[in-house]
Write a protein that binds this ligand. Sequence first.
Ligand code: ADP
Ligand code: MG
Length: 485
Amino acid sequence: MAWTIAGRTGEWELVCGLEVHAQVISKAKLFSAAATEFGAEPNSRVSPVDAGMPGMLPVLNGFCVEQAVKTGLALEAEINRVSIFERKNYFYPDLPQGYQISQYQQPIVGRGRILIDLPDGTSRAIGITRLHLEQDAGKSLHGAREGVTLIDLNRCGVALMEIVSEPDIRAPEEAVLYLKKLRSILRYVGTCDGNMEEGSLRCDANVSVRRVGDPRFGTRCEIKNVNSMRFVAKAIEYEARRQVDILESGGVVEQETRLFDAARGETRSMRGKEEAHDYRYFPDPDLLPLELDEALIERLRAELPELPDAKRARFVSDYGLSAYDAGVLVAERAAADYFEAVAKGRDAKFAANWVINELFGALARRGLEIEACPLPAEALGEILDLLAEGTISGKIAKEVFQEAFDSGARPRAIVEAKGLRQVTDAGAIEPVVAKLVADNPQQAENARKNPKIVGWFVGQVMKATGGKANPALVNELVKKALGLG
Ligand code: ADP
Ligand code: MG
């Protein structure tokens, strides 16, 4: 995706890498048996390990390890047979241990990649540097009570996967495509629910700029916790333009951590960027190196579902869909399954159109996810059958769809109960046509000279028959009545 910033002194290119924190789907925390559910009573899901009580020992949750390996496999990444948990030391009130257990030198997952799907139908690979497991911190609640900050430790110790990308992103919109694809993959493999509002997926964006053609990287700033897809692109673009302005005025970009202020649409300095050595990382003496055996990795590989890229390619080759439509359908696994159920034994392109335009439209209007869709796939299939048989017209099909979606009634039952069958009997349509022609002699005269006006008569007949007349038949009868057939 070509994207540059035109400055006063020339063209600039964006260089961006993302660090994503994805909360692992797991009932228990990474090193304790406390529960992880969102929204529980504050400080009610805290074990002595999470609270950093003296003498408590962390016990690694094997399920979280499997989740990280599955994610790594889905990112086509190297799985490291041996990885090490280290302590990242810093003080913060919501971190009672005084350190976060993370992975530094030897993460569980190494290099991988994600393909992003560009609007022109091509794909581009964004490198994954690593994925490591670490503990989440608690939450500080500022302003809930006058003059004090409250601490909720429920999130303390919940397992996170930190997924770090290579600085391969070159346009703000590519960052959004990367996040969408990553989220889609995580949801397919069931290792993170991807909910950005609840904070299960959080993104830090690293941004620098350089003159077009310069192979060297500039100094980067890190924008913390940009928590919606919409703001990611805005924050990156703002930050890149800010850096171009500094450089063009002869200044230097300071390496620092910045915050995105969504209300103002700008980033502002939070603190100087700390270096890894500031954290005094060292291997956690309470935890042995984590060793994975090949059999476990292979079992998890065998459990992986068909992933979005493979599904998309199959939808293109088996169903003849465009790459774009296939991409839209596979973004959510449940939507892809729904489409396949509708397409089975039917015209697949037709099925795709109905799912993408009518169904997704109706879901969006009601603010529903596909999982909560009130119209079962068999019911949508029934509407397509009614259309294919010629029992109803396209216009009526949309009405039946809306009614079935709203009421839950079956399409065939709606058609029968409301008498919506298409009229294909010429004898029933001819008198309507004849009356229209007789009542509108001037229009009839015009239509004989300009065939485009024939459409006006067709529209009037459709209106008079409540949309039930067969449009092709009406067209034929109108032409005949005007002496054009
Ligand atoms: P840290 O933990 O200090 O932030 P990491 O090396 O873990 O550092 O990750 C840094 C992130 O910044 C990665 O996503 C990487 O792609 C990105 N990055 C590194 N150098 C640059 C640069 N010059 N410009 C933009 N992004 C960069
Ligand atoms: Mg960072």
